[in-house]
Design a protein around this ligand. Sequence first.
Ligand code: ADP
Ligand code: MG
Ligand code: ZN
Length: 479
Amino acid sequence: MSSGIEYVPVIGLEVHAQLLTRTKMFCRCPAEFGAEPNTMVCPVCLGLPGALPAVNREAVSMAVRLGLALGCTIENESVFARKNYFYPDAPRNYQISMYDRPLCCGGSLVFEDGEEEVSIGLERIHLEDDAGKLLHDRGGHSLIDFNRCGVPLVEIVTLPVIRSPRHASLYLQRIRQLLRYLGICDGNLEEGSLRVDVNISLRERGDETLGTRTEIKNLNSFKAVEAGLETEIERQRGELEAGGKILQVTNLWDAKEKRLVMMRRKEHTNDYRYFPEPDLPVLTVGDDWIEDERAKIPELPLERERRFQREYGLSAYDAGVLTTESNIADYFEETVRLTGEPKMSANWVMRDVLRELKTSGGDIGVFPAGPDALAGLIDLIKEGVVSTSAGAEVFTAILESGESAVDAVRRLGLEQISGEDVLEAIIDRIVESNPDALERYRGGKKQLMKFFVGQVMKESGGKADPVIAGEILRKKLDG
Ligand code: ADP
Ligand code: MG
Ligand code: ZN
């Protein structure tokens, strides 16, 4: 304890999300990712003289839906503004963004951290267009791909109210989940369709005055967000405890070296010389339009998570996993509808379906075993036709062949043996060939029951019904 002053972190996030519109924000070029460089461009997004922008209604609709889902006030009138700066990725030398009259104001994102309900207040959400992409170190040159120029972005800005790197990461995960539930952004941090800048300062505990903040960019994963913030908090703490001052800088996170690299002294707002975009009218979003968008909002992640606990008796953890993605939640709910078995369905989806998706890197939308196939398998297990362990094998077979559970069981001969005659014959053979074990069992070593059950399962190729086999065994051994 050098100074005796305790410092607490204050964090604010700016998230940029590329909207999944068909076309760009102010022109009709396709807003596609991965096309041949500089093929998706026109005079508007290249900023050629005289070209006039026109607002993409689909982008406005998406931003309104996002704002409503986050409880923001949707402004009936908002204003696009020019943010002037010179950089090679911006051919117009300005970005069209929103400044003092954004589309959405206020609102909050609520999530749970264990037992704690956390609410992160928002400052605003606004629309803007993306810059081009610089490709460095190409044969000693830097190249520019203007395809990304003009792709619609929403920027979601929090108040400086996040209290820990962990909450910053959870907030980002939940924003990503919400964007995906709404179907308005694919949320790919590595490819940059979702980007985050974090702002961090320390304040003295008990003193509400905010300290000078620094900004970190280039955070391409949830882990990077946490690690970058931890590193910067320690650096600022060290600086302050040594009696130093914090400079308002922008740092880049180097994920390989796990360190921060100073990029530039922070520019100030007035450097951008914001002014209302003269080529666009005031953006008018009437109440009818807002209500149309409200009607399109699906059940949101947190509501769905809580309903899964209530309606299906799932644990908080299971409900969280099953609602991570809306299509997985849909898959689960359809399986429950077909089987009437929430717990069993949850186990199968979480263990087998999710594991398979993870290893195959696949999308549940094109998963070879749909809810009907899984439900068929769960029914067979419930009816005692196949054992749980054989079920895993059946599931793999369904994935490979696309056949139904019944067909797979028949083809692989995996019907559970529950016929007493057959089981008795197997058990007699085992008891006969293990006289030592039998004697010790009868002498009081009852744990050997497990050994005998194991032998029965082995002998039957895992197909013996364990309950019935256990009953017969007990009769024979004790008899
Ligand atoms: P800029 O326009 O420079 O990006 P903003 O005022 O829009 O700055 O704030 C950007 C982000 O920084 C917001 O998320 C805000 O909550 C956060 N922020 C502002 N001041 C502080 C501070 N002192 N400490 C931490 N975060 C801050
Ligand atoms: Mg900013
Ligand atoms: Zn264009």
